[in-house]
Ligand binder design. Structure first.
Ligand code: G6P
Ligand code: ZN
Length: 543
């Protein structure tokens, strides 16, 4: 087996976004595209000679082929060891756990998260550092710089490594260790939660449906919920990961997880419903007749986490991304703990978790997690909910009602305008940005603007800064609208409008969110002219 050096030249646009590099699968499959980017990662992290990396992905189309290329490139560059999930499968949180547990130099995770998979859909690759979390901005900047310099890459000429059986083999001197993707992760969950209490809950007839959406959490959820916790077989549906996610869109929200929503809102609803995304880091929680918005889920978990063994000593602090609602802020205030507001992207929580300043983190984009790994974690969120339901004996709807009575309700919704012409999206954002200073004390949609700014962030731990992180407009009476361009799309631009309004009147806590938010929705349109300018009747996705 010989390592060869292949000549190449820089490829435009290999700039990592919110969570690594995401492109159409066919782009990734194009000549040298994957190889250039992998070489740039290696160059950006100071080479891989003598290093150990975890490698795995969500099983989407091209996952298996890309892993073989990555392994040959690691071996050619002198890596010592690759720890690979069996069949190339690792959920994102399980990969994060393996990086930490095995003390590796980081890992390469292959996924485009909740985006569809297949030859005409999306693919992605990201590097996570030795703490198990997504690379910091500093590292991704170096990787991007390396993509503009790459002139050659090293790769081994070799046959495919057999990833179908666990055990060790050698690839040109590098050890390839194929591991059970589920075992270490399931063991960690058993340490964090009261499995006896959850087992007793299921034994008492509690019913659940977990929709794995044909994506990576199927094997994890089956092993944990059905085999270890005694949920009846069949609790986990769509449990076999498929390369195109069964032709679906593995994004756990009321639109893409509609069959689960329909079940939970119907007469035969089980007690509890949940879903996770392509790579297993997102979650959706829904009770019987009661959808829990991700921002509320974070707040409820923060208020009740002490009921789980791992968090019995209390939380050091909590953190949320800026567009996430202020519901968790109210919990933090009542508990007397710090609450941090970060830019969108899980990577911004890393320093806070590492420094022990935050224990729980969450985002409106259906991500919740804690300091147990350095990624958001879908199955973890479901287990924490189950632990709380088991400890309190309450239903999801009752827990939500209790929570709103105690803390008030932050009505919340996100409106997405997808595949907008990129130039037009920039223009709409630029136009609002230019007017921010003039907005205070003007009226929009019947509301009075109290303040407006562009969000910028200085990391309280390492002092690094991030600017241009979204436009914020506050209104008198406690409402807010935020405007941001998505950093994870692969087609045109997605404009996200985040709408929020705090309600504390006891008789107004059970309204339909879109109705409760109507004035803020009208104000957002008046401020941007988004519908008018894009020619859309309304948003493509409402969460
Ligand atoms: C990924 C990241 C999240 C982020 C989300 C939304 O899932 O891991 O941290 O919140 O993308 O990103 P976007 O830029 O599309 O709003
Ligand atoms: Zn994901």
């Amino acid at each position: 087996m010989d390592a060869i050096s292949v000549e190449t030249s820089p490829i435009e646009g290999q700039k990592p976004g919110t969570s690594g590099l995401r492109k159409k699968t066919r782009v990734f499959m194009g000549p040298h595209y994957l190889e250039n980017y992998v070489q740039a990662i290696f160059d950006g992290i100071g080479g891989v000679a003598g290093k150990t990396l975890v490698v795995g992905g969500d099983g989407r189309y091209f996952n298996d082929r890309a892993i073989q290329v990555i392994l040959r490139m690691m071996a050619a560059s002198g890596a010592a060891r690759a720890i690979v999930g069996q069949d190339g499968i690792l959920s994102t949180p399980a990969a994060s756990n393996l990086i930490r547990k095995r003390g590796t130099d980081g890992g390469l995770i292959l996924s485009a998260s909740h985006n569809p998979g297949g030859p005409d859909e999306d693919f992605g690759l990201k590097y996570n550092g030795p703490n198990g979390g997504p690379a910091s901005e500093g590292v991704t900047d170096r990787i991007f710089a390396a993509t503009k310099e790459v002139r050659s890459y090293r790769i081994l000429e070799a046959q495919d490594v057999d990833l179908s059986a666990q055990g060790e083999s050698s690839l040109g001197g590098m050890v390839v260790e194929v591991v059970d993707p589920v075992a270490d992760y399931a063991a960690l969950m058993e340490e964090l939660f009261d499995f006896d209490a959850i087992r007793a809950l299921f034994a008492g007839g509690f019913t659940m449906r977990f929709d794995a959406m044909h994506a990576v959490t199927g094997p994890y959820a089956r092993a944990i919920l059905e085999e270890r916790l005694g949920a009846v077989p069949g609790t986990v549906v769509n449990a076999v990961p498929s390369p195109d996610f069964g032709g679906g869109h593995p994004d756990p929200n009321p639109i893409w997880a509609k069959p689960l929503m329909d079940l939970m809102m119907g007469a035969d609803a089980p007690d509890f419903g949940a879903a996770s995304d392509g790579d297993g880091d997102r979650n959706m929680i829904v009770g019987r007749g009661c959808y829990v918005t991700p921002s509320d889920s974070l707040a409820v978990l923060a208020a009740n986490a002490h009921l789980a063994p791992a968090y019995a000593g209390g939380l050091a602090g909590v953190a949320r991304s800026m567009p996430t609602s202020g519901a968790v802020d109210r919990v933090a205030e009542a508990m007397g703990i710090d609450c941090y507001e970060t830019p969108t992207g899980w990577k911004f929580f890393g320093t806070l978790l590492d420094a022990g300043r935050a224990t729980l983190c969450g985002e409106e984009s259906a991500g919740t997690g804690s300091d147990h790994v350095r990624e958001k974690d879908g199955v973890w969120a479901v287990l924490l909910w189950l632990n709380i339901l088991a400890s309190t004996g309450r239903s999801v709807a009752d827990l939500m009602a209790d929570h709103w009575t105690r803390f008030g309700r932050n009505y919340y919704s996100r409106h997405d305008y997808e595949a907008v012409d990129a130039g037009l999206a920039e223009e709409i954002m630029g136009d609002l940005s230019a007017r921010l200073g003039d907005l205070p004390e003007t009226m929009a949609g019947g509301l009075t603007v109290s303040a407006a700014d562009e969000f910028g962030y200085t990391d309280p731990v390492d002092g690094s800064t991030a600017s241009g992180q979204g436009l914020r407009v506050w209104f008198e009476g406690g409402a807010r609208a935020v405007f941001r361009l998505s950093g994870t799309g692969t087609e045109g631009a997605t404009v996200r409008v985040y709408l929020e309004r705090l309600e504390t009147a006891p008789d107004a806590l059970h309204q339909e969110p879109q109705a409760a938010l109507a004035p803020v929705i009208a104000a957002a349109e008046e401020l941007t002219g988004l519908r008018a300018k894009t020619g859309r009747a309304g948003p493509d996705v409402v969460t």
